[in-house]
Design a protein around this ligand. Structure first.
Ligand code: DSN
Length: 466
């Protein structure tokens, strides 16, 4: 079997240059060199192939409005399915614990450079398996068990890894929480007071369900005053930050983390980014950046997923490219349009609107709960998630809210008008549910489903069918 090797990026390390085969136009693809990988799966495992095909069809034919999701370009998926998945490569470029990592080193270095370029960062660690893994690495590097951490409470929009008792972050550390105002907004005076009272070693800013801009500079002032490290988790807003549509935390926070599959339209995975504090001394030895690298490997992870690292490199190239600004603008506009239309339709929104891709509906007083609304919308092909809202007293699987996001709508090319049409769909279903005491009439479901099919056909997933 012959396959074409890509040209190396630079001069290969001595002894690592591989024989390049002549291009074979009709030969197997040089990335999986399995030929038609999907056909091979179909022939060898029809049951799994069928499930994967059904999932692809589901994504194509539904309106994905989960704020924590997006859609990766097929070129990102190609990297994730490449032979890099076969590689064991503990360590970092130029310092591995296994042989055969020359190409992988170049790929990881490329991902690092692209992450730095996309965010204007001094340093980047591209190996975290997820945003949660990135946060775990940072917290374990900066805190000893029992040390104090200050993060946003879960019902106010914080993330599990920001100090929830359901996670390591709240179980192994002395987690204190800050809350939002009755209007749903961050209260920086309260955060400062809590920081000065509890003297946390780490303050976490960033959120999973907070639709407004975050003042990272103010957070850094509070961290400096209370002698804490500032960790900014921008998993939800990383695309807006990269596009300059949300203030960047890179030079305010000591450390910034993000997942790569939400607003970076990349693979499952995470990043750790450092700005002006990268070269300052870490808590024990070496620099802060070096501390973070060791925190990922060997402290909390083993061998990296190089296929995912390659997929991150691919996604980050797009993020730094000319089309991304347009996409980011569209997703911000789309969220605004959704918030405006839902407000016009009488829905109560947490904070009254949005500065990001995210809109949070407060269902209290409607007689509906998040789980019932989520299920009814899914039956129409509109995919959202139930979410707690500030002060929510319902169980986590019930909730009093719905969280919507515009990432995938924007990737489908939807403008403000199309995004508003999606909001109308949501409002129609919720209105009918309310009128029917939680039961969605079949005629409403059928009409909504037909509009979803029509919207999806008019705005196909980019790169998948064309
Ligand atoms: N962080 C979770 C969320 O926001 O839904 C999953 O990525």
């Amino acid at each position: 079997m012959t396959f074409t090797l890509p040209a190396p990026l630079g001069a290969p390390a001595e002894g690592r240059d591989l024989p390049a085969a002549a291009p074979q136009p009709d030969g197997p693809d040089p990335i999986t060199f399995a030929g038609r990988a999907a056909d091979r799966l179909r022939q060898t495992d029809a049951a799994l192939y069928d499930l994967l095909a059904r999932e692809a069809a589901r994504q194509n034919q539904t309106l994905m409005m989960v704020a924590a999701s997006s859609v990766a370009d097929p070129s990102v998926l190609a990297c994730g399915g490449s032979t890099l998945g076969n590689l064991t490569a503990e360590g970092f470029p130029g310092g591995r614990y296994h042989a055969g990592c020359g190409v992988a080193d170049e790929i990881e270095q490329l991902a690092i450079e692209r992450a730095r370029a996309a965010f204007g960062a001094q340093d980047a660690i591209v190996q975290p398996h997820s945003g949660s893994s990135a946060n775990l690495a940072v917290l374990t590097a900066l805190l000893s068990p029992g040390d104090t951490l200050l993060g946003l409470d879960l019902d106010c929009g914080g993330h599990l890894t920001h100090g929830s008792p359901a996670s390591v972050s709240g179980r192994y550390y002395n987690a204190k929480g800050y809350r939002v105002t009755p209007e749903g907004l961050l209260d920086y005076d309260q955060i400062r007071e809590l920081a000065l009272t509890h003297r946390p070693k780490v303050i976490v800013c960033g959120a999973s369900a907070y639709p407004r801009a975050i003042d990272f500079a103010r957070f850094r002032e509070i961290a400096d005053e209370s002698n804490a490290y500032l960790l900014a988790d921008i998993s939800h807003i990383a695309g807006l930050v990269a596009a300059g549509l949300h203030p960047s935390p890179i030079d305010h926070a000591h450390i910034t983390t993000t997942s790569t599959y939400k607003q970076l339209y990349g693979p499952r995975g995470g990043l750790i980014l450092l700005g002006r504090d990268a070269r300052q001394a870490g808590p024990e030895r070496g620099t802060l950046a070096g501390t973070m690298r060791r925190a990922v490997f060997p402290f909390t992870q083993g061998t990296p997923d190089l296929a995912s690292v390659a997929a991150k490199a691919r996604a980050l190239d797009y993020v730094a490219g000319p089309d991304f600004a347009e996409l980011a603008k569209r997703l911000a506009d789309g969220a605004q349009a959704i918030a405006e239309r839902l407000s016009e339709r009488g829905m109560r929104l947490v904070t009254g609107g949005t500065d990001t891709h995210m809109v949070l509906i407060d269902l209290r007083g409607t007689g509906l709960t998040g789980d019932i609304a989520e299920e009814a919308l899914e039956s129409c092909g509109v995919i959202v998630n139930r979410n707690r809202v500030p002060g929510d007293t319902t169980p986590v699987r019930t909730t009093s809210g719905l969280r919507l996001g515009s990432n995938t709508l924007a990737a489908r090319g939807m403008d403000r008008g199309a995004a508003a049409a999606c909001a109308d769909l949501v409002a129609d279903v919720l209105d009918a549910l309310q009128a029917g005491s939680g039961v969605l009439p079949g005629a409403v479901r059928a009409a909504a489903r037909a509009r979803v099919v029509e919207l999806c056909a008019r705005h196909p997933l980019p790169g998948y069918l064309s």
